[in-house]
Design a protein around this ligand. Structure first.
Ligand code: AMP
Length: 410
């Protein structure tokens, strides 16, 4: 099938039901043509695709090796192939962002300071991704600005998620800068608990993000379904969050929007931080923009503008405290009317219900500290008695359940 026909088929798909089971038969609404390529993959295929990640990706990486010039972050909007304002009718203009390369490069852009010299060596031509390289499967979900589909790279069988963003919608929503930032940051991250962005490409109307497929969907939905998590599960998630945040902060990236809605779950139950729309690369670790979600906002971000209110990566520690609370209690600690929420956050006013264990309560209280400098550091979170107590047990339970699932899907 040529790319044009696939593209026109793609145009005609609308998402019917984002809440359907991840492996249920796809439900497409097609206005003109039938969607003939393999439109959904069996669970075994998906697992196989995911397990073959290393092989598939290494072949992708090998073919595109050394083809990407790392530019300082602030230069990217001018040089990156993602031109949101583009009104050309070209079908595919691409730029490869291979995280495996990103992870290996010592000149990783996230380590570069604005004072670093711009790399001027001429790069070899980039590998070109385009829509025709992918078989498009069932819709996985719909966000504010785009739709996400299960997809498979034809040549390697590599299973991924393809996020489609319409340029006109991004422009109307004035979020071009946010999307650029998301792409720049996420494509340079490689951690098991952070959703990978393998690459991106665009045509005249849309931007396509090639993302790691998170087979178990949104953590938020799991939490709503279970109401609250058992302590071993919450501890395992918080340990994974701490590892991912440690990695981010080491790269001078502040996420700024940690909440259950921005966390996905991988096929084996592991969590994947996603949505870097609000994250920043802050080499000096200080920013003073107000953003994020009210329930998760740290006190220092409530009063922006004054020098003493500049905030650091420690905002993510506060959000980790809110997350721990919400995992265990089922609702955020400062949930109230907007005015009251702000007031309560500013005073650190919250009560931990008695059913929460003393160890978990201790960790929550050490994270939800008004003074950012006095919050427990991530290294200590990882060693906290609550994490130590539950993680070994949690790991065993997780291994047991994923081992069982693995066997039953074989
Ligand atoms: P977003 O636009 O990123 O908020 O994505 C919309 C929805 O699509 C999410 O809420 C998820 O349910 C789903 N989704 C997004 N990315 C992925 C992914 N990489 N793997 C699986 N599902 C995803």
């Amino acid at each position: 099938m040529n790319m044009q026909s696939l593209e026109s088929r793609f145009e005609n798909i609308t998402v019917n039901d984002e809440n359907e089971d991840q492996y249920a038969a796809p439900t497409y609404h097609k206005s003109k043509v039938l969607f003939s390529p393999v439109s959904t993959f069996t669970k075994a295929e998906v697992i196989k695709g995911s397990l073959s990640t290393a092989i598939s990706l290494s072949s992708l990486t090998a073919s595109a090796a050394n083809n990407r010039l790392k530019l300082p972050l602030q230069k990217l909007p001018n040089t990156n192939a993602v031109k949101l304002a583009s009104n050309t009718s070209t079908t595919t203009v691409t730029k490869v962002t291979l995280p495996s390369q990103a992870a290996q490069r010592p000149s990783d852009i996230l380590h570069q300071r604005s004072s670093d010299p711009v790399i001027s060596a001429q790069p070899p031509p980039p590998k070109q991704f385009h829509l025709g390289m992918f078989e498009i499967g069932k819709p996985l979900g719909k966000g504010k600005f785009g739709r996400v589909y299960l997809a498979r790279e034809r040549s390697t069988g590599f299973v991924c998620a393809l996020k489609v963003l319409h340029k006109s919608e991004l422009q109307a929503g004035k979020v071009e800068k946010q999307v650029r930032r998301e792409i720049e940051i996420q494509s340079n991250l490689a951690h098991p608990n952070i959703l990978r962005l393998y690459g991106h490409f665009h045509d005249s109307k849309r931007i396509f993000l090639i993302l790691e497929f998170a087979g178990k969907g949104e953590l938020y939905k799991h939490l709503r379904k279970e109401q609250k998590f058992p302590e071993w599960k919450a501890a395992s998630y918080i340990a994974q969050m701490a590892a991912a945040l440690k990695y981010l902060h080491k790269k001078h990236v502040i996420h700024r929007d940690i909440k259950p809605e921005n966390i996905l779950v991988g096929l084996h139950g592991e969590i994947k931080i996603s949505d870097f729309g609000w994250s920043v690369h802050a080499p000096n670790n200080r920013r003073n923009t107000m953003c994020g979600t009210l329930d998760y906002l740290p006190p220092e971000m409530l009063k922006p503008g004054r020098d003493e209110n500049y905030y650091s990566e420690k905002v993510d520690l506060w959000s980790l405290g809110v997350l721990t609370y919400e995992f265990l209690v089922g609702e955020a600690p400062f949930e109230d009317t907007p005015t009251m929420t702000q007031r309560r956050i500013a005073r650190g006013e919250m009560t931990v219900p008695p059913f929460v264990s003393p160890e978990a309560r201790d960790l929550i209280k050490r994270l939800l500290v008004l003074d950012p400098e006095k919050r427990i550091p991530l290294e200590e979170v990882q060693q906290h008695p609550w994490i130590i107590k539950h993680c070994v047990k949690g790991e065993r339970a997780y291994q047991r359940s994923s081992g069982n699932k693995q066997r039953s899907s074989d």
